[in-house]
Design a protein. Structure first.
Length: 345
């Protein structure tokens, strides 16, 4: 848009092309291709604003989504149709973990993935696209397994506040029309809130706590409630969460927390040991780690592993100061086991 241009109110929401034709392509918030590979011709256009599925359509039995990543499947399993928060600073391997998940889901379940870049760096989006081409997740002339939707940090706040809904609409098509189990990646969910706050300020609304929009919970809820399992298929969402100033009580991450089923925390300390994916086995949690869901044996093994790793963590100071020789035989065995577990996971 430019100043002085004539604008006509159609009264309709943004409608975007949805269908298998979107796979392997990069689109923006209004569904236009931005990968310079020509228009996307689909049979269907869908509005990006929709109601969450009715209670009667939702599936209530918790199911584990196998990711093929040992530490996640054992200690903090993902729920099919659940929402997972991915916490970690720069350079600890969030993007690599996301690619691994896309690849494993494509191979194991034959499922599709939708990646939403919300208010992040354009360079990262470009790198991700080329890495996906190299790993075969996107095939320029063949069958791709992922669609990309970008509203990067140079876009106006209105676009950044809506781009997550555009990606979600494509994921809903694969769930509802094709009965697929879809993975939806949102990087970064904090930028969704941040853009909403900018729009709110431009509209002259009175801000609430820490300057966020008064409608923060409503905005977040209207999007998160659409991410669910229905009787036809499921959307499992992995959301990278930026925590401003490492303050978990900030309203933006705090509002996100209330919607999550599992958290995967990536630790710089583990990455420095050369262990990838650098998932912290003690900080990562899941609602599904329950004997009624994963079974008694899985639950027992997971809690035993956590106990050994916790004991090892408390012994590390002693090892650093006095060395291994000062430990009792039992403690030496714990350390040996913990190191084997760490390498295995």
């Amino acid at each position: 848009l430019i100043r002085g241009q004539k604008v006509v109110d159609t009264g309709a929401p943004i409608r975007i092309p949805v269908g298998p034709e979107c796979l392997g392509r990069i689109i923006n918030v209004i569904g236009e291709p931005i990968d310079e590979r020509g228009p996307i011709k689909t049979k269907k256009l869908s509005p990006i604003h929709a109601d969450a599925p009715e209670f009667v359509d939702q599936s209530t039995t918790p199911e584990v989504l196998e990711t093929g990543i040992k530490v996640v499947d054992l200690l903090a399993p993902y729920a099919k149709g659940g929402k997972i928060g991915l916490f970690g600073g720069a350079g600890v391997g969030k993007t690599v973990l996301i690619q691994e998940l896309i690849n494993n889901i494509a191979k194991a379940h034959g499922g599709y993935s939708v990646f939403c870049g919300v208010g992040e760096r354009t360079r990262e989006g470009n790198d991700l696209y080329h890495e996906m081409i190299q790993t075969g997740v996107i095939q320029l002339d063949g069958k791709s397994k992922a669609a990309l939707v970008f509203g990067q940090m140079n876009e106006p706040p209105g676009a950044r506040a809506r781009v997550a809904l555009t990606g979600l609409t494509i994921a809903e098509y694969f769930r509802d029309d094709e009965g697929q189990d879809v993975l939806l990646f949102i990087d970064n969910i904090f930028r969704f809130t941040q853009a909403g706050s900018e729009v709110s300020a431009l509209l002259g609304r009175i801000p609430s706590a820490v300057g966020y929009q008064p409608t923060l919970s409503t905005d977040m809820g209207s999007m998160q409630e659409r991410i669910t399992t229905t009787k036809k298929g499921s959307i499992t969402s992995v959301q990278a969460v930026y925590v401003p100033a490492d303050d978990l009580t900030d309203p933006a991450p705090a509002t996100t927390f209330s919607h999550l089923d599992a958290t995967t925390v990536l630790s710089r300390g583990i990455a420095e040991l050369g262990i990838y994916p650098a998932v912290d086995p003690l900080d990562s949690k899941s609602r599904l780690l329950d004997p009624r869901v994963v079974g008694e044996e899985h639950y027992r093994v997971a809690t035993d592993v956590q106990k050994i790793l916790q004991d090892y963590k408390s012994l590390q100071d002693i090892i650093a100061i006095l060395g291994m020789d000062e430990l009792s035989e039992e403690d030496k065995q714990t350390v040996e086991r913990a190191r084997k577990i760490q390498r295995f996971l």
